[in-house]
Design a protein around this ligand. Structure first.
Ligand code: NAP
Length: 203
């Protein structure tokens, strides 16, 4: 699938290289970081976009423990591992941006309030993993606050993709707007923030 996406972008004139990386296989993450170092010597933008909702995830009384473990391993631990592996390369950039693709379902405030689009949707493993990703954003932003590296969380919004059997109400282009905006911020851009394309999001 990655190779197919790469070929499609190439036909549009993009200079692009496919590097395989499985968040559940640490050796592929190390290998990907080594390849970027060897080929380019630095990394300007890291978008932690990959994510899953396990089909056995659900309400806290019923969710499969395995589904929670898989969501945490992929959506949080995997993204932490990638960010740690890529950090030396991000530090070689004049102004780097890390965008953690989170979800409103990871917002404690929006989950706890009644009558929000998020409060009725309960996938404990998924929401916990996105809340964990958000705290990762806050902690990296603090640790790197005196560097040119900016670290932010983004909610794409409900977007028609494989994740929700294409039930999302936004197009992929709309879902990508905030991620792309934050990927391209300079060293005077926001750090440790959480937003969607309409503005600030509550943690
Ligand atoms: N769609 C929405 O409404 C929505 C809303 C809020 C947040 N999000 C977030 O947006 C991000 C993108 O999701 P999407 O909607 O585009 O879903 P998607 O179409 O299902 O895409 C998920 C991507 O994650 C990759 N992935 C899954 N497990 C992986 C692993 N172990 N290692 C490496 N890559 C892995 C998949 O790669 P393969 O194709 O190779 O399996 C796929 O490219 C996710 O973080 C999701 O939580 C989506």
């Amino acid at each position: 699938m990655g190779l197919a996406a790469c070929d499609k972008l190439k036909t549009n004139g993009a200079k692009i290289q496919f590097i395989e990386l499985d968040l559940l296989k640490p050796e592929t993450i190390e290998k990907a970081a080594a390849t970027v170092e060897q080929e380019y010597g630095r990394l300007d933008i890291l978008i932690n976009n990959a994510g899953i909702i396990d089909s056995e995830d659900g309400l806290p009384s019923k969710t499969a423990i395995n589904a929670v473990e898989k969501a945490m391993a992929t959506n949080f631990v995997g993204q932490l591992r990638v960010t740690q592996a890529m950090l030396p390369l991000l530090k070689q950039s004049k102004e780097a941006s890390v965008v953690n693709v989170s979800s409103g379902l990871g917002s404690l405030k929006l989950n706890g309030e009644e009558n929000t689009p998020y409060s009725e949707v309960k996938f404990l493993g998924y929401s916990a993993s996105k809340a964990a990703l958000n705290i990762m954003t806050v902690h990296f932003a603090y640790e790197l606050r005196n560097t040119p590296i900016k670290v932010n969380s983004v909610c794409p919004g409900y977007t028609a993709t494989d994740l929700n059997n294409n039930q999302g109400t936004q197009t992929i282009e709309e879902g990508a707007i905030e991620t792309v905006r934050l990927a391209l911020i300079g060293s005077d851009g926001p750090n440790g923030k959480y937003s969607d394309r309409h503005g600030s999001m509550p943690w």
